[in-house]
Ligand binder design. Structure first.
Ligand code: PLP
Length: 399
């Protein structure tokens, strides 16, 4: 199967095959790992041509590598974009992208709640360099509309939002931004869904960023990221954001592991979603639980928009206990099977407390302003038998 794998094949098939041709690689079923920093040239003219971008071919692994290229082709195919760039981490993808797209005086319009380090990069990082960071509640379309300005270069959000599980309408926000100016780049962090559940580029977004550390890798054994979009913008991000600004280059061995993970992406996502649905339904009925935030619940405020744009409701749940923060600490310390750990999308069910862990880079005041409550507990539903996970949660919640 060639690198321009036919997009008429189903998602599961493309997850296994897209971007890799065994016949061009000694018949090796799995891709070779090119552990090389540099690439030899046949002559000076060829080397100069590659540097100038006039000739195809790799020249140094901070820019590209043949193993990495397989992953990039596969991700572009699955997200239905023209091109992709794989990076050393999700933050590597996000920072390389934003460093490429904005300059002092520009504005980035973002949803009020962001993954902790994304928030920190914008609020404590880019702001220092004269980029204006403007927040809006992206579930309120009138507010987003009113905050678009001639300085707005990027509109950025996650959906579902980490950690409070609000769901943002990708098509509606993209239409608002494009209606204001075609030049605005709409960027969606698709880490929570992966292309197995949601493909923002087909809904009007320009770029998708990922922490591949999570569901794409899927096994909690690596850190990686990616950005997917049109070929020209991805090329710019590679040659500036990656090559010069961050150097956040992915290692070929890590690429190999992500390619392996993606082969089972759809299978895993199906189980993550089923397990999360059952866990959320149990928690919703539990007397110790005040509120469950999961778009798969019929009375969740974001159920309809989630049903419209996601193929299933995902594997992430947030909850608030009646006893608040103290009850949360007690529950987390009593768990036996579920692991107390940040990150998400692994085979193991992972539970954490955003205010003291993933979102601790926000100050207390910033958390209050940005919709992250102090007592919120976040669950990443794993791949274990759901009865075992539920039994563990129930014993941890019992008096
Ligand atoms: C984890 C995460 C990131 C950051 O990715 P790293 O791979 O840890 O650098 C960005 N966005 C979301 C939504 C995440 O969950």
């Amino acid at each position: 199967m060639s690198s321009d794998t036919n997009s008429k094949l189903s998602f599961a098939t493309r997850s296994v095959h897209a971007g890799y041709d065994s016949t061009a690689n000694e018949g090796s079923l799995n891709p070779p790992i090119y552990m090389t920093s540099t690439f030899t040239f046949d002559n000076v003219e060829q080397g100069a041509g590659r540097f100038a971008g006039e000739q195809q071919g790799h020249f140094y692994s901070r820019i590209s590598n043949p193993t990495q290229e397989i992953l990039e082709t596969r991700l572009a195919n699955l997200e239905e974009g023209e091109a992709a760039l794989a990076t050393a981490s999700g933050m590597g993808a996000i920072t390389a992208t934003l460093w490429t797209l904005v300059a002092p005086g520009d504005q980035i319009l973002v949803d009020e709640t962001l993954y902790g380090c994304t928030f920190s990069f914008m609020e404590h990082g880019l702001k220092k360099f004269g980029v204006d960071i403007c927040y809006a509640d992206f579930t309120n379309h009138a507010e987003v509309q009113s905050k678009l300005t001639d300085q707005t270069k990027v509109v950025y959000f996650e959906t579902p939002v980490n950690p409070n599980m609000r769901v943002i309408d990708i098509a509606a926000i993209s239409a608002l931004a494009k209606g204001y100016s075609d030049a605005i780049k709409v960027i969606v962090d698709n880490t929570y869904c992966t292309p197995a559940l949601q493909r923002p580029l087909t809904m009007g977004a320009d770029l998708v960023v990922h922490s591949a550390t999570k569901y794409l890798g899927g096994h909690g054994d690596l850190i990686a990221g990616a950005v997917v979009g049109d070929a020209e913008t991805i090329h710019q991000i590679r040659l500036f954001g990656l090559k010069d600004m961050t150097g956040a280059v992915i290692a070929p061995i890590t690429v190999f592991l992500i390619l392996r993970g993606i082969k089972t992406l759809q299978l895993r996502m199906e189980r993550h979603c089923q397990n999360a649905q059952a866990i959320a339904e149990m928690l919703e009925q539990h007397p110790a639980v005040d509120q469950v935030f999961f778009p798969g619940l019929k009375n969740d405020p974001w159920h309809n928009v989630a049903a419209k744009q996601m193929d299933d409701f995902g594997g992430m749940i947030a909850l608030e206990l009646k006893g608040g923060y103290k009850a949360g600490v007690r529950m987390l310390n009593k768990l036996k099977l579920a692991k107390l750990a940040v990150s998400l999308g692994d085979a193991e069910t992972l539970i954490q407390h955003p205010a003291s862990m993933t979102h601790s880079v926000y100050t207390v005041e910033e958390r209050a302003e940005h919709g992250i409550s102090e007592g919120l507990v976040r669950i990443s539903a794993g791949l274990e038998a759901v009865g075992d996970i539920i039994a563990d949660l129930e014993q941890a919640l019992a008096d």
